[in-house]
Design a protein around this ligand. Structure first.
Ligand code: IMP
Length: 196
C-alpha cells in the first residue's frame, strides 16, 4: 500500500523510509514525486502543523498521506524553539545557525539544560485522521559534536547515552528517536487497520 510522505526534509524521509522498511507500506516522498510544494506552517502546535502538511498533500493527490511535525523543546527556554525549531534563527537559516542560537541562549543558565524532542505523526485519507506522538528526552550541550543526523542532533545527548545523536549511527538514532517512536506507533495502527 502506497503512503505519500508529506515532507521536504531529506533527513526525515530517510528515517521514515527506514521505519517502514519490510512492511506492506511503500513510502513515496515528495522528492520521489518531483513535487516541491512548501506548506506554510502557520499552526501553533505540532499537531496543527502536521495536519496542515498532510491536508495540503492529500488535496493534491487524493491518496493516503502521512506527515509529521517535530521540534525541540528546552525547559529553561519555556519550551522554545518548539514549533519554530526549523526557523529559530530566522527564515532560511542553517541547522548550525539554530544550534549556535540555542547554545548562546543557554550559556549563562545553570546545567543541565533539560530538553526533549517531540514528533507528532499523522495519517490522513478521505475517511479519517490518525495521530500518534513520540518523545525523546535528554540534555543540550555547549558545543556541536558529530556529523550524523540533522538539525539539533549535534547538541543533544539523549538520557542514558554519552554521545550526541549526531555521533550515533543511523540505525541507533532510528531505534530511539522521537520520530521512530511516533511512526512505529502509527505503523502498527495502520498494519492492524489495513492488513489484519
Ligand atoms: P519540521 O519539518 O517543521 O517538523 O521541522 C522540524 C525541525 O525541528 C527541524 O528542522 C529541526 O530543526 C528540528 N528537528 C526535528 N526532528 C529532529 C531530529 O530528529 N533531530 C534534530 N532536529 C530535529
Amino acid at each position: 500500500m502506497k503512503l505519500i510522505f508529506a515532507s521536504q526534509n531529506l533527513g526525515k524521509v530517510k528515517e521514515v523510509k527506514g521505519i517502514f522498511l519490510n512492511t506492506p507500506f511503500e513510502i513515496v516522498s515528495l522528492y520521489d514525486l518531483g513535487n516541491n510544494i512548501n506548506v506554510k506552517e502557520t499552526g501553533s502546535t505540532f499537531s496543527e502543523n502536521a495536519f496542515l502538511k498532510a491536508k495540503a498533500v492529500y488535496d493534491i493527490y487524493k491518496e493516503p498521506v502521512i506527515a509529521d511535525d517535530s521540534g525541540l523543546m528546552i525547559e529553561q527556554l519555556n519550551g522554545k524553539p518548539g514549533v519554530f525549531s526549523a526557523r529559530y534563527a530566522g527564515e532560511n537559516c542553517s541547522y548550525r545557525d539554530n544550534n549556535l542560537k540555542v547554545i548562546s541562549e543557554l550559556r549563562n543558565l545553570p546545567e543541565p539544560h533539560r530538553a526533549k524532542f517531540v514528533c507528532v505523526s499523522l495519517f490522513l485519507d478521505g475517511n479519517e485522521k490518525i495521530e500518534t506522538i513520540g518523545e525523546l528526552v535528554g540534555v543540550i550541550i555547549k558545543e556541536e559534536r558529530g556529523s550524523g543526523g540533522f538539525g539539533y542532533d549535534p547538541i543533544f545527548i539523549p538520557d542514558g547515552f554519552s554521545k550526541t545523536i549526531a555521533e550515533l549511527s543511523f540505525e541507533e538514532k532510528n531505534k530511539i528517536s522521537h520520530r521512530a517512536k511516533s511512526f512505529n506507533k502509527l505503523k502498527n495502527i495502520l498494519i492492524e487497520k489495513f492488513f489484519c
